[in-house]
Design a protein. Sequence first.
Lengths: 112, 114
Amino acid sequence: GNSVTQMEGPVTLSEEAFLTINCTYTATGYPSLFWYVQYPGEGLQLLLKATKADDKGSNKGFEATYRKETTSFHLEKGSVQVSDSAVYFCALRDNYGQNFVFGPGTRLSVLP
Amino acid sequence: SAVISQKPSRDICQRGTSLTIQCQVDSQVTMMFWYRQQPGQSLTLIATANQGSEATYESGFVIDKFPISRPNLTFSTLTVSNMSPEDSSIYLCSVEEIQTTKAFFGQGTRLTVV
């Protein structure tokens, strides 16, 4: 079945540091890939997505590129802020079931 | 974009009781899903709510424990039955818009069973 693996947290960075959160997936066919963010006490929010190979999703300074050859969708940001502290979930959605399969989540803490 | 109203936002319940969670969306949607997020863990799909027919449950989830209704294209309920402390989780509704096929999540219901 489909699955998503992402780097275990927690990740603690200083403000303005570079962020990478690794995500790899296993899926049949050509899934769409997503990053969702969950800020403390809030619901899930879509951060970015990519629907086909080599697509780059970007939002709020975050980027991720759909790499079919390595089945990866790593999340990056060049300079994190304290306000980026949250839990980040990598997810995929195939074209058949239409439901999401989520990774375990990575908690990011950014210190001033 | 679809706006989802999920109620209640949180509740504390006694073991052995049941709680029904409502998910109302402001536009017609094709798919409605229910997820569970146990403390410190990721989201797990419970079931797909099908309009006018029985929900489709994922492995490990059964209708007797999590009965689901979906009487129309904009509303669904999930009941957590005969609750135990292990049911303490966040329960989330997710929908897919007909027009755009985009997915949206509700704010979640934080359930604590004591």
